[in-house]
Design a protein around this ligand. Structure first.
Ligand SMILES: Cc1cc2nc3c(=O)[nH]c(=O)nc-3n(C[C@H](O)[C@H](O)[C@H](O)COP(=O)(O)O)c2cc1C
Length: 192
């Protein structure tokens, strides 16, 4: 089992990375952590090459060639991000835009992801207010679907300004449970 962890926080050991590490500890097999800060992936420039069946030109000049290869190989994917301006952090959204080649294929096939190929989002936020994770959820769900993963329940933790995850046993427990869902120890509920 190979698990790819994309840490999209500027903090190597920040709130979201702390929880992602707890989830990762529950997953056996090979693991690879890639930090998206400082930003290494350019946003899509809508050149149209991928829609014409050609490889993304930017893959040869930034980190996306390597990340794309590892994404395709991964059995599990864990995304960790702080909430930045109501969404996932900018480097992660830039990376998501580079899934345009995968989106173009997905749009034609609509192939559902295999149940065993699982992905989850760990997201933390300083504030605490209604619907605050909506945009982040939408982006992450699209990312997982287009990259060919079945989404497992992740962890959303609000109020880190008042109580960081390292002082929040409930958040830590949910992170552990997320890892178990990715590992297949806890089965996923049937799709809606
Ligand atoms: C640029 C920036 C934008 C942020 N935007 C939000 C936001 O929209 N809502 C919120 O509740 N917290 C926001 N925060 C706070 C972070 O989400 C919060 O501190 C988070 O727990 C940091 O996680 P990390 O340590 O993994 O980076 C923002 C922080 C920064 C630096």
């Amino acid at each position: 089992m190979f698990t790819l962890w994309l840490n999209a926080s500027p903090h190597a050991q920040g709130d979201s990375a702390t929880l992602a590490e707890l989830a990762l500890q529950e997953i056996p097999g090979e693991k690879l952590r890639l930090d998206l800060y400082p930003p290494k992936v350019e946003p899509c420039r809508d050149c149209g090459d991928c829609r014409a069946g050609e490889a993304c030109q930017l893959d040869a000049t930034d980190a996306m060639g390597h990340i794309r290869e590892r994404l395709h190989q991964a059995d599990n994917l864990l995304l960790s991000s702080p909430l930045h301006f109501f969404s996932l952090s900018a480097p992660l959204v830039a990376l998501a835009s580079r899934l345009e080649p995968e989106w173009f294929v997905w749009r034609q096939t609509r192939k559902p992801a295999p149940d065993k190929r699982r992905a989850a989002l760990v997201v933390t936020a300083g504030g605490d207010y209604p619907d605050m994770f909506q945009a982040a959820r939408l982006v992450a769900s699209a990312f997982f679907r287009i990259a060919g993963f079945t989404q497992a329940e992740g962890v959303e933790v609000a109020g880190t300004d008042r109580r960081p995850p390292r002082e929040n046993p409930e958040a830590r427990k949910r992170a552990v449970e997320t890892g178990r869902r990715l590992a297949g120890v806890t089965p996923l509920p049937p799709p809606d």
